[in-house]
Design a binder for this molecule. Structure first.
Ligand code: GLN
Length: 220
């Protein structure tokens, strides 16, 4: 399979939330975004985005549509995934301040606290310093956002809040092919995190193509 210039196919979980904004940002960054509502729509995607919205609703709908297990299996098998806000909650292995039976897709060895900035704080904007991304601090929009309370040893902290009462809180992380942000880059027009994710998807595809070629030549 050629992975060079072709647009990688990225599924956007389209049960609820800001699906359209992610589709637009992914397209602008060179991907071929496709809404995913049914398990069979995961076939052939090279990465998946879990949008912002309401994580309890999204998890319930994902269960009802038979998507939770296939998503769990795919992410565990290395499918690149990017979650924003409610998507970060859904990708976390452990939750705080969530209903005890709230299921997640998981994949991120982190404890994520829902509505962490305070229930009365509906939304706010802040600068976030993002490790490894050129172009300076990112202007981030938080809407009833979670933060990463505790990150496991394999989790790289990409960004923290700068200033204000939440100064230093972890709001962007990466573990292998899984990326999560508490904030919504899809709403601001700053597409650097989407660009990073499309790069991760391309890298994963290239790696897989190399392995497949090795298989064909009888290499281990
Ligand atoms: N507070 C929401 C939740 O728990 C997330 C908000 C968002 O995605 N903007 O699901």
């Amino acid at each position: 399979m050629s992975t060079g210039s072709a647009r990688p196919v990225i599924g956007v979980l389209a049960l609820q939330g800001d699906v359209r904004e992610h589709v637009a940002a992914l397209w602008a960054e060179g991907a071929d975004p496709r809404p995913v509502r049914r398990p069979e729509e995961l076939d052939g995607v090279h990465g998946v985005v879990v949008p912002g919205g309401e994580s309890t609703t999204m998890a319930r709908l994902a269960g009802r549509f038979g998507l939770l297990e296939p998503l769990r299996d795919a992410v565990r098998a290395g499918l690149p995934a990017y979650g924003t806000c409610a998507g970060m909650i859904l990708l976390a292995d452990r939750l705080l301040d969530a209903p005890p039976d709230q299921p997640t897709i998981g994949g991120l060895d982190a404890t994520v606290r829902r509505n962490a900035f305070g229930r009365q704080v509906d939304s706010f904007e802040s600068r976030v310093d993002l490790a490894g991304l050129d172009g300076g601090a990112l202007h981030a929009v938080f809407i009833r956002a979670p933060w990463v309370e505790e990150a496991g040893p394999g989790v790289e902290v990409l960004g923290r809040v700068v200033g204000g009462p939440a100064d230093g809180r972890i709001v962007a992380v990466r573990q292998g092919n899984v990326v999560a942000t508490s904030f919504h880059p899809e709403l601001t027009g700053d597409r650097r995190v989407h660009a990073l994710f499309v790069d991760i998807v391309r890298g994963h595809l290239a790696e897989r193509a190399g392995l497949d070629a090795g298989d064909e030549r009888g290499l281990p």
